[in-house]
Design a protein around this ligand. Structure first.
Ligand code: MG
Length: 159
């Protein structure tokens, strides 16, 4: 069996009054990500993990933030394009595991919706997409709510 693993990492700065999108879901929050796209830092890390598994570069290479067509873009569109690319290369997603580090708001109420949303975009069962959330115990830029940090791992299997 031919398998590939990839990891992804992304950070966005947070600012008051911006919408907060994570895992394809809008979170009720007074702060949101500063970004060229919708700022869905969880999907961005996931895309990088998927691309990384096939050594296809990163999200910035495929969707440059200097291009007007990607301004404010729904990151679910980026995720669906990445999955399409993976399928074209002859691979399918086995599973992915995503860890979101954010001090506040509490993300627990949104985890199931994020998993279902990303799984549906990727065309896989939700039990193949894991989302975990953690604070950093008020330490560092995440702890000060200056930014949101996400780590992702994805496993691909040759079709
Ligand atoms: Mg990003």
């Amino acid at each position: 069996m031919d398998i590939r693993i990839g990891n992804g990492y992304d950070v966005h700065a947070l600012a008051p009054g911006l919408p907060l999108w994570l895992g394809g879901i809008q979170i009720d929050s007074p702060i949101g990500c500063i970004a060229h796209s919708d700022g869905d830092v969880a999907i961005h890390a996931l895309c990088d993990a998927l691309l990384g598994a096939l050594a296809l570069g990163d999200i910035g290479k495929h969707f440059p933030d200097t291009y007007e067509e990607f301004a404010g873009i729904d990151s679910k569109i980026l995720l669906s394009r990445v999955v399409e690319l993976i399928r074209k290369e002859g691979w399918k997603v086995s599973n992915a595991d995503i860890t979101i580090a954010m001090q506040k708001p509490k993300l627990a109420p949104y985890i199931t919706a994020m998993r279902e949303c990303m799984a549906s975009v990727m065309g896989v069962d939700p039990d193949r997409i894991s989302v975990k959330a953690t604070t950093t115990e008020k330490l560092g830029f995440v702890g000060r709510s200056e930014g949101c940090e996400v780590y992702a791992v994805a496993l691909l299997v040759k079709e």
